[in-house]
Design a protein around this ligand. Structure first.
Ligand SMILES: C[S@@+](CC[C@H](N)C(=O)[O-])C[C@H]1O[C@@H](n2cnc3c(N)ncnc32)[C@H](O)[C@@H]1O
Length: 215
């Protein structure tokens, strides 16, 4: 993404979340399915470093900290508005999380976090909002340590639920700049192959969600 496109996207995200960030965790919990399943599958090693790309309110990072005590937690988001809520949430949870602003397609973690790669890197319901999601996907894998795990959870295509639920869900998501990625599995498979790594991919909840792990 060019600098101007990235700035425009940041403005769009801030506009969307300026008010909704206050009710985000309450309202999203029933339908951002599979986040905890992905967190369970991360298998963070003792003291391992974790990076969430597009961390939103920080909900997942707090959860990762609870599941894997001692993990070193980092997150960034393109929306300054979301980060205000994330900072408040991690503080009130007593979690140790480093947060900063950044764009998932080009983010350089070294200045803010003092490291270039992480043992676990993931996107949770963020790739479907990133215009150049393929670049973000590639970048996420590049930020993952050689023996690390890179994971994605996002909306799927409701294969097991039927055409009507899919049409309703996807039509509604469009209102929020969300485009489920039909080629996610193929794209992750190609990246895994090119890196000589393994891809695990599943479509839980009747295909409502898709979860991929490389490494
Ligand atoms: C639907 S929310 C998900 C938040 C969180 N990951 C979760 O699972 O609750 C999507 C988040 O992605 C962020 N986002 C969108 N495009 C981004 C980009 N290019 N770089 C970084 N964050 C981005 C938004 O600002 C928003 O906080």
């Amino acid at each position: 993404m060019s600098g101007a496109a990235s700035a425009d996207h940041a403005v769009a995200m801030d506009r969307m979340y300026r008010l909704t960030r206050h009710v985000y965790d309450l309202t999203r919990k029933p339908y951002l399915l599979g986040r905890d399943r992905m967190i369970d599958a991360l298998g963070v090693p003792p003291g391992g470093s974790v990076l969430e790309m597009g961390c939103g309110t920080g909900r997942n990072l707090v959860k990762v900290g609870e599941c894997y005590p001692g993990a070193r937690l980092h997150g960034f988001d393109i929306s300054t508005e979301m980060l205000k809520t994330a900072e408040r949430n991690v503080r009130s949870a007593g979690a140790q999380v480093q947060l900063t602003r950044g764009d998932a397609t080009v983010f350089d973690p070294s200045p803010a976090f003092g490291r270039a790669r992480f043992d676990r890197v993931y996107f949770s319901y963020t790739l479907s909002m990133v215009p150049d999601w393929r670049a973000a996907l590639r970048h996420g894998l590049a930020l993952t340590a050689e023996d690390g795990v890179f994971a994605v959870v996002d909306f799927g295509f409701c294969e097991g639920l039927g055409a009507l639920p899919r049409a309703l869900l996807h039509g509604w998501l469009k209102l929020f700049h969300v485009s489920p990625r039909a080629e996610l599995e193929a794209e992750m498979a190609a990246l895994a192959r090119a890196n000589g790594q393994r891809l695990r991919f599943e479509r839980p909840f009747g295909g409502y969600a898709q979860i991929g792990l490389i490494g």
